[in-house]
Design a protein around this ligand. Structure first.
Ligand SMILES: Cc1ncc(C[n+]2csc(CCOP(=O)(O)OP(=O)(O)O)c2C)c(N)n1
Length: 373
């Protein structure tokens, strides 16, 4: 398992991983500080969103506490032309690509179908149906090759693709199919599996008998396991394999071994299926505390951490105020983006709904008369 930062914040590069270590050697202090700033922002955002769900402001929240290193490290390793296909828990990766966090919340409140425009960001929409984003990413990566944007030597132009999925999703047929298509077509694709060890209440042991990073090998997709709570391992290993993919090296799988410290979603009670001892064990390996210990050893003082806290509080306050101010969207929005061109059936349904809505407004008072048909 690739690890550069131990849980007590000690840094070291094992000889066998020297090639990845060189990537870290190129980082500057400002990069390490950015990693911390983004990891702590992700944590604070998560805490705020959970509170907003509990106050009835969001329909659901999907916490990612504990997965900050896996997401922030890998997100920063994605190049400026590359594309990202997330699942539904990649709020940290969204932060590394400047996605407006309100866009994430709007989707979880149910006021739109996906809060950002992937054409503008290269961060594609969240996918709730497990595995779909992986096969989309594979097709996209095959298209990148067909467009002649792989291994040309023009780094300004060439592209690679990364897709995120969980340990549970590996049991979906789409993932195996994606491995095969990606390998056969030498697609420029990194499969990034966040093994947070639970698929709702199913433990990873019920999903696989071999380590997940070996899952692609039989299809022709080599892989490696990293300490997913080590932001430096996450950054360096992802960077190396995104660069390789962009240069024509074909697909690769990274298994980031991490832990979901919180619930699967705000609808889940994890105390029903896992022990407090297990949660305590992983809480002691908190990825943010680990990076903080490392930074303090490098001489970073209290003022930096206090400033991060202040900035995060401001962000949380803004998120809170903006969420409380959200309006319900026009109901006809539900018909938009169903087809690229207008469709008679959709038009008919939209017209019926408009009439139905209007039936409540006859004398200014609310009436259900005629509306229940
Ligand atoms: C095809 C499909 N089957 C089932 C579900 C219901 N479901 C939602 S999340 C989840 C667990 C996924 O676990 P994992 O892939 O490990 O990712 P994590 O949520 O832990 O990040 C399940 C079974 C779904 N969304 N899609």
């Amino acid at each position: 398992m690739v690890q550069f930062l131990s849980p007590d914040g000690t840094y070291g590069v094992p000889a066998e991983y020297a090639e990845y270590g060189k990537i870290i050697a190129d980082l500057k202090e400002e990069d390490f500080l950015k990693f911390y700033r983004h990891m702590s922002r992700m944590r604070r955002f998560d805490v705020e969103a959970t509170a907003l769900q509990r106050q009835g402001q969001l329909g659901l929240w999907v916490p990612a506490v504990g997965q900050e290193a896996a997401q922030i490290g890998s997100g920063h390793a994605v190049g400026k032309n590359d594309h990202i296909f997330p699942s539904y828990r990649e709020h940290g990766v969204a932060i590394t690509h400047d996605i407006d966090l309100m866009a994430v919340l709007k989707m979880l409140r149910g006021v739109n179908h996906g809060g950002w425009n992937p054409d503008e960001t290269r961060f594609h929409l969240y996918a709730i149906v497990l595995g779909t984003q992986v096969i989309h990413a594979t097709g996209y990566a095959m298209g990148v090759t067909l467009d002649g944007k792989v291994g040309t030597g023009f780094t300004e132009r060439d592209e690679a693709v990364i897709t995120y999925f969980g340990d549970g999703a590996t049991a979906e047929g789409e993932i195996s199919e994606s491995f095969l298509f990606a390998a056969i077509n030498k697609a420029p694709l990194v499969f990034f599996c966040q093994n947070n060890q639970w698929a709702i209440s199913s433990s990873v042991e019920t999903q696989t008998t071999v380590p997940l990073y070996q899952r692609g090998a039989g299809f022709g997709v080599p892989g490696i396991r990293i300490d997913g709570n080590d932001v430096l391992a996450s950054y360096a290993v992802t960077k190396k394999h995104m660069d390789d993919a962009r240069n024509g090296g074909g697909p690769f799988m990274i298994e980031a071994l991490t832990y979901r410290i919180g619930a699967h979603t705000t609808s889940d009670d994890p105390t029903k299926y896992r022990s407090q001892e297990e949660v305590d064990y992983w809480t002691a390996r908190d990825p943010i505390a680990r990076l903080e210990k490392f930074l303090r050893r490098q001489g970073i003082g209290d003022s930096f951490f206090e400033k991060c806290d202040e900035e995060n509080e401001i962000m949380a306050g803004e998120i809170r105020a903006q969420t409380f101010a959200l309006q319900a969207p026009p109901i006809e929005n539900m018909f938009q983006h169903v087809y690229s061109e207008s469709h008679p059936l959709i038009e008919e349904q939209a017209a019926w709904l408009k009439g139905y809505e209007a039936s409540f407004e006859t004398d200014g008072s609310t009436s259900t008369e005629g509306g229940a048909a």
